[in-house]
Design a protein around this ligand. Sequence first.
Ligand SMILES: *Cc1c(COP(=O)(O)O)cnc(C)c1O
Length: 385
Amino acid sequence: MDYSATTPVKKEVLDAMIPYFTENFGNPSSLYSIGLKSKAAITEAREKLAHLIGADPAEVFFTGSGSEADNWTLFGISDKLKAKGNHIITTKVEHHAILHSCEFLQKHGVDVTYVGVEKDGTVDLKELENAITDKTILISVMMINNEVGTIMPIKEIAEIAHKHGVLLHTDAVQALGNTPINVKEMGIDLMSMSAHKIYGPKGVGALYIRKGVNPSNYIHGGAQENKRRASTENLAGIVGFGVAAELAEKNLENHIKTCSELRDYFISQVEEKIPNVYINGNRTRRHPGNASITFEYIEGESILLLLDSVGVSVSTGSACSSASLTPSHVLTAMGIPVERIHGTVRFTVGDFTTKEDIDYVVENLVKIIARLREISSVNEKEGWK
Ligand SMILES: *Cc1c(COP(=O)(O)O)cnc(C)c1O
């Protein structure tokens, strides 16, 4: 129940990858035949990923991760456009790959505005537009929020950005394969992606860079990725990303339908069987697999641990801050009171989740919540102590 943290590699993906570890191991930069074969495999993967997002293959650059694509964008654009300005606009609910990179840039002379969100996690468009100055060079807003699943109005944000001559980047790591994406129709200038969230391998990502946009390089060295991202390619990983993208395109409609039906079934069961719960995020403009649920009067961490003991994996707040007790920055920005944030759990379903799995989770969750509330030092009558 944690597909937004990562996904298993699909069998078709793994099967396509294996030969590129062994017999087809050539360096794609080598000029002899096994090198050329590797180069051709990368070209094919690039075409598949480009097709999924409506881009030209020459606009897709493989990276080492979604985080790297985010870093490249922020560092590369702020360097490239420093003569024009030093102001970046992003939101309070971005992934840490954006937020922590922005904090780093702030120490190096870049001004960053963090725009707030509505109660459902949607970026406040008025506040966003009002934040634009003549020094603004980039707006970065994620396509789908990883904690609460809210889908952001990227096309409208692109229109606002372009009206003011500003570039738009979107972190689409959670969106890829979970909602239709067409970079041209949506007006996206740069877009981050990652393979391991779409049934591909970990450690490979990509950045879409619209033709004519030229962020400075971030990884320096050899001439790979059309001289824009050095380092010997993660050949098998890229091949796997290509196949995962192809499958995501083929299955998109069915994936969205199946996941959202399972997710809605899960939510309705929880609402029916467990009192004092709140569903966070937008109920309709939402990631098909995401259910972010607050259970009043108890700690999400306790729920996580007890679910783990019956073989169910979930996360609290954001996966990255699960080890700490700082309340989630996303739920905080949405105005959710801190005691409710502590009782929030993120469940995400995916292609291998079944109705039986959901029934098993609900059955255990009902018992776990009842038990935790019984021993909790807080309850409905007394409130939080
Ligand atoms: C997972 C995730 C990332 C990071 O991608 P990696 O490939 O794991 O580095 C970035 N942004 C969002 C929204 C994510 O969900």
